[in-house]
Design a protein around this ligand. Structure first.
Ligand code: KG4
Ligand code: ZN
Length: 379
């Protein structure tokens, strides 16, 4: 390796720790993935049926150094090859984000390279631009701005109009649960392991989607989503159909049929609203992104229905839909190319945010000042 050569100094290290995946990736300036390592904490959280934030942050602390080292080793580079470090700044779990941010800051500061804070959702919707040795870019060639993005994950469900790297307008969002949460909760009530989305997807292939008539909340009504009513309807359907049944083929059939029926309802709503967003904006390019975009029923429906509506659908391979750091490094590289990146004092002050773009440090500082004012303390 030629230490610090122009080419190598153009590489970006991406770091992702917003929820329960510790991930690191090395990506070129053009968004080509040289390595992408994801260490999942699913086995740790599965016994609790969901992510335990404190356990998640402790594990990020343990996993971040070896995961980053592995990403560097797999890319065949040393630290001197990095031109920038990109890290997820939010939204996500506070303790988890803080670990990634501190690691990213430390590495960028120590190496004297810029730190590029990246928004997790913006990274998800940018992911279709990634390419790799397995030809990830093939399915998404021809994608150009502006496009409509259906961002569907465990914590978020929204429709965005994306105008550039990290630049978007929200057209609609969920008013209660996220689509992934809905998948996970329905899976949980049927006794399936966490996270349940992939299990529902698997069972849906063998189940009868017409057995349970579940609602399609807010279908054809605007671009906002609501999944809580669907979740309740699924709970009631499960309670009625499983009553008196012991574990065995009959209960397995209820599980598969409810999985298929619930998935059909969720996919109906997601596809309906994504197409509506395309129609309302006159934009015929659609990206599906986030963990739920791994769903084969959703992918099949989009691929089947979009051509008739003259909409080009771009979905990244599953490895870049669920949480990963390649999307963070890739968007970070694009932003860095556009002049973004913090150095020196600015870098040391970079903050995280949990639910919005507002930095937590700033929010805490503001609240402290307001409290001090209320107590009549001088500042
Ligand atoms: O984007 P992601 O990996 O993490 C968040 O940012 O939340 O999304 C995780 C979510 C989980 O709710 C998981 O159940 C769901 O994505 N998911 C799926 C599938 N694979 C993952 N949902 C439906 N079908 C799948 N095949
Ligand atoms: Zn995510």
């Amino acid at each position: 390796m030629s230490a610090g050569s122009a080419d190598h100094a153009a590489l970006v290290l991406g770091i992702e720790t917003s929820c329960d995946e510790t991930a690191a990736a090395v990506v070129t300036r053009e968004g080509r993935v040289l390595s992408s390592v994801v260490s999942s904490q699913v086995p740790i959280h599965a016994r609790y049926g969901g992510v335990v934030p404190e356990l998640a942050s402790r594990n990020h602390l343990v996993q971040a150094p070896p995961v980053i080292a592995q990403a560097m080793a797999e890319a065949g580079i040393g630290l001197d090859a990095l031109g920038a470090v990109a890290v997820t700044a939010g939204p996500g779990l506070a303790g988890c984000l803080l670990i990634g941010m501190q690691v990213g800051k430390s590495m960028a500061y120590a190496r004297g390279v810029p730190l590029v804070p990246v928004d997790h959702i913006q990274a998800h919707v940018w992911a279709p631009f990634l390419s790799d040795a397995r030809d990830a870019g093939a399915a998404t060639r021809g994608l150009a701005y502006p496009y409509i993005a259906l961002a569907v994950s465990g914590g978020h469900t929204s429709l965005l109009k994306v105008d550039g790297p990290g630049v978007s307008t929200t057209l609609g969002a969920t008013m209660d649960d996220a689509a992934g949460e809905c998948f996970d909760k329905i899976a949980k009530l049927m006794g399936l392991p966490y996270p349940g989305g992939a299990h529902i997807d698997r069972l849906a292939k063998i189940g009868d989607a017409t057995r349970f008539d579940l609602p399609r909340p807010l279908a054809h009504k605007g671009l906002d989503f609501s999944f809580s009513g669907l979740k309740t309807a699924a709970r009631l359907a499960w309670a009625a159909a499983s009553a008196g049944l012991d574990e065995g083929p009959a209960l397995d059939a209820v599980r598969a049929d409810l999985a298929a029926s619930a998935q059909a309802a969720i996919v109906d709503v997601l596809v309906d609203k994504a197409f509506l967003a395309c129609r309302e904006t006159g934009i015929a390019r659609l990206v599906a992104a986030g963990g739920v975009a791994c769903n084969e029923g959703l992918r099949a429906r989009l691929a089947d229905k979009a051509p008739r509506r003259k909409i080009a659908v771009h979905v990244a391979p599953a490895r870049y839909c669920s949480d990963n750091a390649a999307m963070v490094g890739g968007l970070g590289a694009a932003l860095w190319q556009g002049g973004a990146g913090l150095t020196g004092r600015e870098l040391t002050r970079a903050g995280i945010y949990v639910t919005s773009r507002r930095a937590v440090y700033a929010a805490v500082g503001g609240a402290a000042k307001a409290g001090a004012r209320a107590r009549g303390e001088a500042r």
